[in-house]
Design a protein around this ligand. Structure first.
Ligand code: MN
Length: 720
């Protein structure tokens, strides 16, 4: 293009680059400067690399960043789009990107590189669903998905020089994975384009033939179309309704699918015309509908009000089918400009739509707000369960997704180990696992897994579960399977473990196990309902009874312990009869949380949740001191739990929340409000009393429905 010495300079005079820079007018001058730097950085990193079409590689990130700018996504998104391939294709690392452009950009680029590494294995519907969840989990920041979609869009547009087989593979993957994601996010324009481009790559002949036929057919019907359009425009004008009227073009791929799925002929498919009327506000939508129903006769049963009851992805519009001139039916959509924006750009319209309210709010909050507005729409009517299911991964980031060697994706709670995975795959695999291979490295089974890990479990026929695994599992499934195994198949091991644990406790109290008088054992057996001493050992080994408790009772003079010795909470944890039990203030366990305990002088048994960060060190230092315990709550008991609720700073938000909490029958113990930083959002801290996790989940769900609530979470960790 350019000649002479300019060839050696970064292509700042390249028209494509100029158009791109011009499209950034929604950013500040400082931000545009940063984008410029990112371009120069990316250009240099990719220098000497070429697309298969022969163009310099930087043309690709430039096009992707251009699409991101078109959605008016913030500067971090644009910069990350420019750099999205540098980690993959050049020697630039995450640290360097972080240093030059900040951590958020580095995280975005890193997230994109990780997405690229995922090979889509199976074409089954279920797998695609998992893949989508995976995407959402990795992209707790939606910008990753948006950049990925723009990347895929540009790749499809520039596939002419790529080999036929790869072309078809990429196109098929797009139809199965990326197009549905675009659709789910409501990016309908992009959705249609991804489909049509893929269709052309997989079936070039069919696409050409169909395209030609479509063009011809539209030509033939031009008179009919313009007559209908004219009728609509005139009628609206006569009724004093300001509106824009569009003819609706169907995508090639949707016509093809319709012919295939419904076995329709080409002319049957084409007989369905479409028009779209865009007006100023919601009341006008209904006015326009009334006017047009007057002009053309509606087809009964075809009217749908997606304004009152929006679709799950937030889509809103009125749909009706009318009988046009010469008796030809056509479809009509009526909606406001804002709804039209959402209909075409979906989640991205959120960035495009700059209202004063969301200005300056950080992206995570914006995203949450978008989801929230959708949830709110859902609660207005319609079935929200499916929708919630898909959003679960975003609203509850407590899950990770790992791969089996066969490419199956398994969801696990955060903090889960290879033992959990083994049992999630199959009980037999769990019961015979020996060691794990995580991302091709051998590691102990107790290793905590992270999102996206590829995990292989090595098994051996004569291997079996050991009691210590109970300290390293997070899932109820693994826990109960291990307990079941230990109880039924190999009683010896927990028995030996229990005997050892009891021996240690007794020694700590200054007595050798052999010195315990038989009379004391008899008394303990009578109280516990066991026949044999061995059974008590087994119970201890399995975590049903606590060694410390049994030891103290073996040594206590009076028996059974007086009722007055019992603290109330001792009824809540199984096997603690007669012992003081306390719940740690740091994590505030409630029934349903996996819990462990440890005996402290003067405090008795202190209970923490399994994932309590305050005890991580202490657990690692002396694992034997910690005992896996189980809940056995009495009905009617209540437990304190802290909630952190971020709300829009409007009058009455606090009142609404407090009312919702108490009307659900929950006690409020304390309320704290962070009013040090007055702004759009305020953080409220509640301590409330609930009976267990289920009750807490129910309460949080009902609070999420309050429109002012932006974020809600259970707060754990040391109280501020
Ligand atoms: Mn790329």
């Amino acid at each position: 293009m350019a000649d002479g010495p300019t060839d050696l300079l970064p292509a700042e005079d390249d028209p494509a680059y100029q158009v791109f820079i011009d499209s950034l007018s929604y950013l500040t001058p400082e931000e545009i400067e940063l984008v410029r730097e990112a371009y120069l950085f990316g250009e240099e990193a990719h220098r000497g690399q070429f697309r298969q079409s022969g163009e310099p590689y930087i043309t690709h990130p430039l096009a992707v960043a251009g699409a991101i700018a078109e959605w008016q996504i913030d500067v971090e998104g644009v910069v990350a789009a420019l750099l999205h391939d540098v980690m993959e294709d050049t020697r630039v690392g995450k640290a360097e990107i972080a240093e030059r452009f900040g951590n958020p950009v580095a995280d975005l680029v890193d997230g994109l590189s990780k997405l690229d590494k995922i090979e889509f294995q199976s074409q089954e519907e279920a797998q695609a669903e998992n893949f989508r969840k995976m995407l959402m989990a990795m992209a707790h920041d939606l910008r990753v998905v948006l950049i990925k979609l723009a990347d895929r869009h540009h790749n499809l547009q520039t596939m002419a020089a790529v080999g036929a087989e790869k072309r078809r593979r990429v196109a098929r993957e797009t139809l199965e994975i990326y197009a549905p994601i675009a659709s789910r996010l409501g990016l309908n324009t992009l959705f249609g384009e991804l489909q049509d481009l893929s269709f052309q790559l997989i079936y070039p002949m069919r696409a050409r033939v169909l395209g030609r036929a479509l063009k011809a057919a539209r030509g033939n019907r031009r008179a009919l179309l313009s007559k209908t359009l004219e009728g609509i425009t005139d009628k609206l004008k006569a009724t004093d309704i300001k509106a824009q009227v569009f003819g609706r073009e169907k995508s090639l791929y949707s016509i093809y699918r319709k012919m295939l799925d419904k076995r329709l002929s080409f002319s049957q498919v084409l007989d369905v015309y479409g028009f779209r009327v865009v007006v100023g506000d919601v009341p006008t939508c209904y006015l326009a509908l009334g006017a047009l129903h007057e002009l053309f006769k509606p087809v009964p049963g075809k009217f749908k009000d997606y304004i009152a009851i929006p679709k799950t992805n937030g889509y809103q519009s009125l749909h009706t089918t009318l009988i046009g001139p010469y008796g030809t039916p056509f479809e009509l959509q009526i909606r406001t400009a804002a709804m039209d924006n959402v209909a075409q750009e979906g989640i991205a319209s959120h960035w495009l739509y700059k209202d004063s309210e969301s200005f300056g709010v950080d992206l995570q909050q914006k995203t949450t707000k978008w989801f929230h507005s959708l949830l709110e729409l859902q609660s207005a009517g319609g079935d929200s369960s499916e929708f919630l299911e898909h959003l679960k991964v975003d609203l509850f980031p407590h899950e990770i997704y790992v791969f089996t060697p066969k490419g199956k994706i398994i969801p696990l709670p955060r903090g889960a180990t290879a033992v959990d995975l083994a049992y999630a795959v199959h009980t037999d695999i769990g019961n015979h696992s020996v060691i794990a291979r995580v991302n091709f490295n051998l590691v102990p089974l107790a290793t905590e897994l992270t999102n996206g890990d590829r995990v292989e479990i090595v098994t051996a026929a004569d291997a079996h579960p050991i009691a210590d695994w109970l300290n390293h599992v997070k899932t109820g499934r693994a826990r109960s399977k291990i307990r079941h195994y230990l109880k039924t198949a190999h009683r010896d091991e927990p028995t030996a473990l229990g005997e050892k644990m009891l021996g240690q406790e007794l020694r700590a109290l200054g007595v050798a196990a052999s010195d315990v008088p038989v009379a004391r054992w008899k008394s303990v057996l009578r109280d516990s309902g066991n026949r044999l001493v061995k059974e008590v050992y087994t119970d201890i080994g399995l975590g049903f009874r606590l060694a410390g408790v049994v030891a103290r009772r073996l040594l206590s003079k009076e028996h059974p312990p007086h009722l007055s010795d019992k603290s109330d909470s001792s009824l809540v944890i199984r096997g603690t009869e007669g012992m003081a039990v306390q719940f740690a203030p740091c994590c505030q366990p409630i029934p349903g949380d996996p819990v462990i305990g440890s005996i402290w002088k003067g405090k008795g048994l202190v209970i923490h949740t399994h994932d309590c960060p305050a005890i991580r060190k202490a657990r690692r230092a002396r694992p034997a001191k910690w005992i896996d315990v189980e809940w056995a709550p009495e009905p009617g008991q209540l437990f304190n739990v802290r909630l952190l609720i971020m709300v829009q700073n409007t009058l009455g938000a606090l009142g609404k929340i407090a009312t919702e909490i108490s009307s659900s029958g929950t006690n409020i113990v304390t309320i704290n409000m962070d009013d040090k930083h007055p702004g759009l959002y305020t953080t409220l801290r509640f301590t409330v009393q609930v009976s267990d996790r289920t009750a807490l989940a129910r309460l949080m769900r009902s609070l999420r429905r309050i429109p002012e609530v932006v974020r809600i979470a259970r707060e754990q960790g040391l109280p501020a």
